[in-house]
Design a protein around this ligand. Structure first.
Ligand code: IPT
Length: 453
């Protein structure tokens, strides 16, 4: 029989969410035209006038970046609405763009649908324009907008509840809003913060620099994280014995700011920066939410799109070949049956290696049959069975007797959906994974070693 799950386990939304690995964020709106990041809500709708808005360009950028999911900012904290909502006049309908007949949310949703990209929506809980902010009337206003967006634009894959400035949004607001989300779009992932953690499928991870913790557990104690400042470490690392499964989503911009500013064209993250970011997010058991801010034309700059495509090329080239494929794999505590050690190198996440129920530790040796040079390693646990392994290291050998530690892969803790490590190239004919602590028997579906191009 298969191993029994241990601790909190992911729901179906979270399993699907992890498999997206990278999501694009699009911050666009009044702030783009007012040339600020946090507008105070007084900018005139007349300012909003993209000259060449084309959401198909956005999705084509994502295609070449290998990103299959996107979240669009429908309303940021300045309160300006990028769709012609029936519930306020502070929207595109009072702008000169398309004579007030435009709808950016519609164009975004359509472009996503046409290109097979999953569409999510950021609807800022904080609102500096609406005078009802923080009152029960605001809760109604927000709920009406949520319904409008969740009813009229097709499937909404994720809803993003930014905690920035949202301290007045108490649990009772979220009780109502979560009910709206669950009723209208049962499969919608909820990004939660502060007072919304009990509804959250994924969490903020404590910074906007793209650096998930090491370790990074998918579990937290959600009620205790209402006050963020004193819980940054728990958000960043998760909590190994957390009571709820709320994995980390890493929001970070490809530029210094969330919104587009021409003067930042020289500060777009390089491919090397993005590569590090990838290892610190996707490679730390998290999902990367990477922001591409469209400019005043309503287009993503060629610089940003080239960098994103560069990242994708690096990912593809590196992970093309698992150099452990074909290895002879031996372990100390195999479960037997279908749970063979070679399942870790068969490039199939449905098959996995497991130890017998009594063994929470193990040593698994991969005899490569010949010398191979590699500088990246990947581990993936069966997330449906909960976080199991809590301590592991990887060593290599050129004779199968004398083992050398890879410092970057020594005394690691969490695995989860995916854990990546990169290091100076090593040449070896054998590699071994030593698991020295765990909550339950091992359940690992992938062990990979790779060479960066
Ligand atoms: C920060 C919020 O406090 C947090 O809840 C989350 O929404 C996060 O933003 C998203 O990046 S505020 C930010 C200025 C650190």
């Amino acid at each position: 029989p298969p191993p029994t799950p241990v601790g909190p386990v992911p729901n179906a939304r979270q399993i699907e969410w992890y498999h997206r690995e990278m999501i694009a964020f699009f911050h666009f709106g009044m702030n783009t035209f007012a040339e600020v990041n946090e507008g105070d809500g007084t900018a005139s709708p007349h300012l909003f006038n993209p000259t060449a808005l084309n959401c198909n360009q956005w999705t084509s950028v994502l295609k070449s970046a290998g990103i299959s999911t996107a979240i669009f900012v429908a309303k940021h904290a300045d309160g300006f609405c990028n769709w012609p909502t029936a519930h306020t006049n502070y929207s595109v309908k009072n702008s000169p763009w398309k004579d007030g007949k435009g709808d950016v949310v519609r164009e975004f949703a359509n472009a996503c649908q046409d290109s097979g990209i999953k569409a999510g929506i950021y609807l800022g809980p904080h609102d500096r324009h609406d005078s009802r902010y923080g009152t029960p009337d605001y809760s109604t206003y927000y709920a009406s907008q949520l319904s409008e967006l969740l009813r009229n634009y097709g499937p909404v894959w994720e809803i993003w509840w930014d905690g920035a400035g949202a301290d007045q949004i108490t649990s009772s607001f979220y009780d109502r809003w979560a009910d709206t989300v669950r009723t209208l779009q049962p499969n919608c992932v909820v990004f939660g913060t502060k007072n919304s953690y009990r509804y959250a499928d994924c969490r903020w991870m404590g910074n906007e620099s793209g650096l998930s913790g090491d370790p990074c557990w998918s579990t937290i104690n959600p009620v205790s994280i209402r006050e963020e400042e004193s819980h940054i470490a728990q958000l960043n690392h998760g909590e190994v014995n957390g009571t709820a499964y709320v994995p980390a989503e890493v929001d970070v911009s490809i530029r210094p700011s969330w919104f587009y500013h021409k003067e930042e064209d020289t500060q777009v993250k390089s491919v090397a920066d993005l590569w590090n970011l990838y290892f610190n997010s996707v490679g730390h058991n998290s999902v990367l939410l990477l922001n591409f801010p469209p400019d005043k034309r309503g287009l993503i700059s060629a610089i940003d799109s080239a960098r994103a495509a560069g990242l994708q090329q690096l990912i593809k080239a590196t992970f093309k070949t698992n150099l452990a494929t074909g290895a002879v794999v031996k372990s100390l505590h195999p479960r037997g049956g279908d749970y063979k050690p070679t399942n870790m190198i068969d490039d199939n996440e449905r098959t996995y290696y497991a130890t017998n129920d009594k063994a929470v530790t193990d040593t698994i040796t991969f005899n490569l049959g010949q010398k191979k040079t590699f500088d990246v390693l990947m581990l993936q646990e069966v997330i449906e069975l909960g976080h199991r392994t809590t301590g592991w290291s990887v060593d290599y050998s050129s004779d199968g007797k004398k083992w050398v530690a890879i410092p970057e892969a020594t005394n690691k803790q969490s695995i989860g959906y995916k854990w990546l490590v990169k290091f100076k190239p090593v040449t070896a004919s054998s590699v071994r994974l030593r698991v020295d602590s765990g909550k339950a028997s091992l359940a690992i579906h992938t062990f990979g070693i790779y060479k960066q191009p």
